[in-house]
Design a protein around this ligand. Structure first.
Ligand SMILES: Cc1ncc(COP(=O)(O)O)c(C=O)c1O
Length: 441
């Protein structure tokens, strides 16, 4: 029989379910920088939900837009039909992307965006008569979501190991441009690192450029542990892709919409990829939405090489691609980012977060501190007998003792506050983390 308040049925994603259900952490309301639990206790949100609520929580403008859309057009198919907000949103997003990237394919999540970009890359080369290009190259520690394609190009062992053979043509991963011996406790993105990009040359030598379709990278690796990289590194990646004619995909699911102080990290680093994936911040987390911004070169190849006008150019999409409620949420979100200057604010606050987080150097169990844009990671020394145990302890201590919601990947605490954070919010987060570190064992 169903029991009220029975928490056994919900299988939580990426969570130790047994530990959670023994001592749940419930969030029942959110407003501004805060979550609230069942008892009404306020918990400062140090991670913008899950890197997504960049404009803070409980934004009335967004809630009203979703409500209006639900009353007006609850659903419209985007297979063979469409609705005006889908076009409006695609224009708004494309206008924020680098020049020459004027087309947007909508999906519902970052994982689906990864699938979309990788499929488009392979199909593009078929369209232009280079069908031998099928290899998709990822990077160590990368996170591109959880579909089979995403974990194939992803580089986090635990996300891949249980799932048997992955997608053919995705075995290669270039190194993460990070050297623990020389880069620990760097403030901001470590400089240089171009030689890490040169690893692509080795793959060209090994497989032949004519077999490579694309390389996919996060301009800043979030879930893999918060690693930034230099503009020079990304420029070198771009140059190698151009030299050999394969595509560069930026997975900006975290870095898009202000996390790096710009609409996209592509702007921060002055590099134009061929495809930019986005999700999360585009709708402030208030409705599921993701997508890929596609270069004109790729888009036009599909339009010009697919036969007569009756022909479908890309056999791909989702029931909820450009869902009307999600589009309404995103349009309201982009208005807020623009009207409140939140990307510029994030740029200003970046240094405050950097100073705060690096003040934790020397605290117990701190192995490394990294930051880039308006995000930072505090890597804890791993308990060799129980990897991840110290990270989980940090979440629990933060929640129960410091009134703080933090995100942990493995044993790295990730901080990515909503972009509305003030200096005093950042101080409170750093004080809370200091309290957490003092209680770790
Ligand atoms: C870079 C990156 N790509 C893809 C994803 C997957 O997004 P989703 O969880 O919406 O499927 C994430 C999620 O954290 C991400 O950080």
């Amino acid at each position: 029989m169903l029991q009220p308040n029975d928490i056994s049925s919900f299988w939580l994603p990426f969570t130790p379910n047994r530990a959670f259900k023994a001592s749940p952490r419930m969030l029942t309301r959110a407003d501004g920088m805060y979550f609230y639990d069942e008892a009404g206790r306020a918990l400062l949100d140090a991670c913008a939900g899950l890197w997504c609520c960049n404009a803070g929580h409980g934004r009335k403008q967004i809630a009203d837009a979703i409500s209006r859309a639900a009353h007006e057009l609850d659903f419209a198919p985007t297979f063979q039909f469409a609705h005006p907000r889908a076009f409006e949103l695609s224009q708004r997003v494309a206008a924020m992307a680098p020049e020459g990237m004027d087309h947007v394919f909508f999906v519902n999540s970052g994982s689906e965006a990864a699938d979309t970009a990788l499929k488009i890359a392979r199909a593009y080369f078929q369209k232009i008569g280079q069908g031998t290009r099928f290899r998709l190259i990822g990077r160590e520690k990368a996170y591109h979501g959880t579909t089979l394609a995403g974990i194939s190009v992803g580089g986090i062992g635990n996300n891949r190991k249980p799932y048997g053979p992955l997608i053919p043509g995705t075995d290669d991963h270039i190194p993460l441009p990070y050297d623990y011996a020389t880069m620990r406790f760097t403030r901001g993105e470590p400089k240089g690192g171009e030689s890490y990009a040169d690893a692509l040359e080795n793959l060209v030598a090994l497989h032949g450029a004519e077999t490579i379709a694309a390389v996919i990278v996060e301009p800043f690796s979030g879930s893999g542990g918060v690693y930034g990289s230099s503009a020079e590194y990304f420029k070198r990646l771009r140059a190698i892709c151009d030299k050999y004619g394969f595509l560069l995909i930026f997975d900006e699911v975290i870095t898009g919409f202000g996390r790096m102080g710009y609409a996209f990290a592509a702007e921060r680093y002055g590099v134009t990829p061929d495809i930019i994936n986005f999700a999360k911040g585009v709708s402030n987390g208030a409705a599921p939405l993701g997508g890929s911004v596609i270069s004109n070169k790729i888009h036009d190849a599909f339009m010009n090489n697919s036969g007569g006008e009756h022909a479908i150019e890309l056999f791909h999409g989702h029931t909820y691609s450009a869902h009307p409620l999600a589009c309404a949420a995103a349009l309201a979100t982009l208005d807020i980012y623009r009207d409140e200057g939140l990307f510029e604010h994030a740029r200003k606050m970046e240094k405050v977060l950097e100073d705060g987080v690096h003040s934790l150097k020397g605290a117990p169990f701190v192995a490394d501190i990294r930051n880039a844009g308006f995000a930072a990671g505090i890597e804890l020394e791993m308990d060799s007998k129980a990897p991840g145990r110290r990270g989980l302890d940090a979440i629990k201590l933060a929640f129960h003792e410091q009134n703080l919601v933090v995100r942990v990947g493995g044993d790295t605490i990730a901080l990515s506050p909503p972009l509305i954070a003030s200096e005093s919010d950042i101080s409170k987060i750093i004080d809370g983390i200091r309290g957490v570190l003092s209680k770790l064992s």
